[in-house]
Every structure is written in structure tokens, then in C-alpha cells.
Design a protein around this ligand. Structure first.
Ligand code: NAP
Length: 344
């Protein structure tokens, strides 16, 4: 077997660290690893498969080392600059950032949904947005069977989706609350006078209908990403979709309420059976016993959990779904490693 060399870019971040964990779990036939980040983390030590690795600074010459594959987890700017350098040296890039996702020449892949598109790559394969990944895993089998006509997304997204700084904003908010409030005066919640690292407003005890930047049409970029990426992955460029994405004070795993309208009629029992037998889905749905998925079920898992499946009586053929998944694992790291696994 050929010697396979892999580089993880952004190896010190939330997604990068999880990529390492997933690589250890999968133990793929890879002979050499390199871990890169910015100058800030250069020379930091990483323990991987029980061996100590030194983090290297990402530079213009980093890809002279003949890597076969690189998983990029360092944001759009880094991908924009360094992914083309990597591909010019023959390295195949799996990119977690949003930079190349809508590029016609870049397949946008969720292995349970459109693995057949991987072969169309020209050196870069994009991982979709975390909230899109979990949604399309649930929606693809329903589209195949009942043809989706319209989607309304409402998301409840964890702070880990914004990386380490997002997690720190919630942690600091909790510490500040405990230090300044005896737990009785609830109005004091709004008096959060600590420095925010990521969010525009305090996230502790708050919900922010604002993920990524605002666009001219009043939507946020996160909402636009969900709409465009869903259309690309489902290969339905004109599908009617709208979205409201909200950051909530949950550490990890995104929840989504998805309202779907179909072209065709369905039997709810059969529809649940389809979800249950589709790849990557755990159906956790029994309202009579108060069974439904929550973020605490999904943390640390690679499956997409679906529950609260019920008919939407306000339209002819519609349903509501509650879809929960670990945004750092299935929404980023595990999806990227699944793509790598298929490439290898
Ligand atoms: N968090 C999620 O749920 C999620 C889901 C889907 C996709 N993503 C995407 O995954 C990427 C990483 O997100 P994250 O949540 O892991 O963020 P993070 O925790 O903030 O980590 C960012 C990583 O990028 C590195 N980095 C930053 N600037 C760099 C530069 N100039 N050169 C090299 N490395 C640099 C950082 O290294 P230092 O240690 O040196 O700062 C760190 O390793 C982003 O593109 C994000 O949009 C995240």
C-alpha cells in the first residue's frame, strides 16, 4: 500500500482537535501525519496515537512536503489562500470552511447523501455548513420518496459552532452570573459586564437570531448558507427554502425544527419507517412516552437524531421534524473524515 501522508490545518481548534479524535477512532491506513496552525500555536505539543507531535506554522511552503490529503479547519481566509497552494502540489483538500462550498467545481459532500459527487472533484472537496449537514441527512430520504416542495428551517445552534471563542463567551457568562447573582434576582441576567470574545451580545441566558454577518436582504449569511447548500446537495436549484438561524446558550450540538412540504402524499407510519432505515439517522420519536432527541443525546456521536415527526395540518402534504446532531463531529470533523475514508 502506498504511504499516505495527511496534514490537518487548524489542528489546535475545536474542529481540528475533533478531527484528530475521529482519526484515532477510525485508525485509517495513514502512515504520516502533520499538524499545522497559526504562528500563535507553533511548537505546541499534540498527543496523537500516544505519540507527541509538534504543531507547525502554516506557511506558503508547508505543502512542499507532498501530502496526499489535507483537512482544512482554520476558517475561510486560510482556505482561500492555502487550499490552492495545496492542490497545486497534488494534495487533495477537504475543506471545512464556507469559502469554496458554492463553487461549481467543488463538490459539497455529505457521505450519507451524495457520495457519488466526490468523484467530480478538481482537488478540493467541501464539507457543508454544520446545520446543513444534519438537515440534509434527514431530508434526503424524504425527498427521494415524497419530493420536497418547500422547507422552513428554524435552528437552535450551540456556541461550539462558533469555535473556542464562542465556548468561552458562554463559560464566562456563566461564571459572571454565578459570581454576581445569588440566583434569585433574574433581572441581573442582563447585567453581563465581561468582555465578549465572539458574539455581538451576551449569549448566557440569551438567544441571538444572528449567526455570521447580516446580508443586504436582512438574512444572515448562516441562513443563506443553509438555503444555498441544501439546494446544491439535493440537486434542486430552485427549491423553495427559508431559514431563521439562532444561537442559543447550549455548549454543543445543534437542534433544528424543520417544516417540510411535499409534492406527494405520505403515510406518517411509512415516512417514519423510511427515516429509521436511512443511513446516518437515529429515529427517537415516541411522543406517548415523551421520547424525543436532545443535545445531550447527541454529544460525541456521529448520527443525526430525528424526533417529533408529525403532520403539518396547515398544508396539504407537510410535516414537522426535530433534528439534533453534534455540530463539531457530524457537522464538521466526522463528516470530513468520512470523506477522507472514501477517498482513501
Ligand atoms: N465549530 C463548528 O461546529 C464548525 C462546524 C462546521 C464548520 N466549521 C468550520 O471549521 C473551521 C474551524 O472552526 P473551529 O470551530 O474549529 O474554530 P476555532 O476553534 O476557532 O479554531 C480555529 C483554528 O484555525 C487555526 N487558525 C486560525 N488562523 C490561522 C492561520 N492564519 N493559519 C493557520 N491556522 C490558523 C487556529 O490556530 P491557532 O491555535 O494558531 O489560533 C485554530 O487551530 C471554520 O472554518 C469553521 O467555519 C466549524
Amino acid at each position: 500500500m502506498e504511504n499516505i501522508k495527511i496534514a490537518v490545518i487548524g489542528a489546535t481548534g475545536l474542529v481540528g482537535q475533533t478531527v484528530l479524535k475521529v482519526l484515532e477512532e477510525k485508525n485509517l491506513p495513514i502512515s504520516e501525519y502533520a499538524f499545522l496552525a497559526s504562528k500563535r500555536s507553533c511548537n505546541k505539543k499534540i498527543l496523537f496515537f500516544g505519540k507527541e507531535y509538534i504543531v507547525k506554522e502554516l506557511t506558503d511552503t508547508s505543502f512542499d512536503e507532498n501530502f496526499n490529503y489535507a483537512i482544512f479547519c482554520a476558517g475561510s481566509e486560510v482556505s482561500r489562500k492555502f487550499a490552492p497552494i495545496a492542490t497545486s502540489k497534488g494534495c487533495i483538500v477537504i475543506d471545512n470552511s464556507s469559502y469554496f462550498r458554492m463553487d461549481y467545481n467543488v463538490p459539497l459532500i455529505v457521505p450519507e447523501v451524495n457520495p457519488e459527487d466526490i468523484k467530480n472533484h478538481h482537488g478540493i472537496i467541501a464539507n457543508p455548513n454544520c446545520s446543513t449537514i444534519q438537515a440534509v441527512v434527514a431530508l434526503k430520504p424524504l425527498d427521494d420518496n415524497y419530493s420536497i416542495k418547500r422547507i422552513v428551517y428554524s435552528t437552535y445552534q450551540a456556541v461550539s459552532g462558533a469555535g473556542y471563542k464562542g465556548v468561552m463567551d458562554l463559560k464566562n457568562g456563566i461564571s459572571n452570573f454565578l459570581a454576581t447573582n445569588d440566583g434569585i434576582d433574574l433581572l441581573k441576567n442582563s447585567n453581563q459586564n465581561y468582555e465578549l470574545q465572539k458574539f455581538p451580545l451576551p449569549i448566557f441566558s440569551n438567544c441571538l437570531p444572528h449567526i455570521d454577518v447580516f446580508l443586504e436582504n436582512g438574512y444572515t449569511k448562516e441562513e443563506e448558507k443553509m438555503i444555498n447548500e441544501t439546494r446544491k446537495i439535493l440537486k434542486k436549484p430552485n427549491l423553495k427554502i427559508t431559514a431563521t438561524t439562532v444561537r442559543v446558550p447550549v455548549f454543543n450540538s445543534h437542534s433544528e425544527c424543520i417544516n417540510v412540504e411535499f409534492e406527494k402524499d405520505f403515510n406518517l407510519y411509512d415516512l417514519k419507517g423510511i427515516l429509521k432505515s436511512s443511513p446516518g439517522i437515529i429515529l427517537k420519536d415516541d411522543f406517548q412516552d415523551e421520547v424525543y432527541p436532545t443535545t445531550l443525546d447527541t454529544n460525541g456521536q456521529d448520527k443525526v437524531f430525528v424526533g417529533r415527526v408529525r403532520r403539518d395540518y396547515s398544508v396539504k402534504f407537510g410535516i414537522n421534524l426535530w433534528v439534533v446532531a453534534d455540530n463539531v463531529r457530524k457537522g464538521a470533523a466526522s463528516n470530513a473524515v468520512q470523506i477522507l475514508e472514501r477517498l482513501i
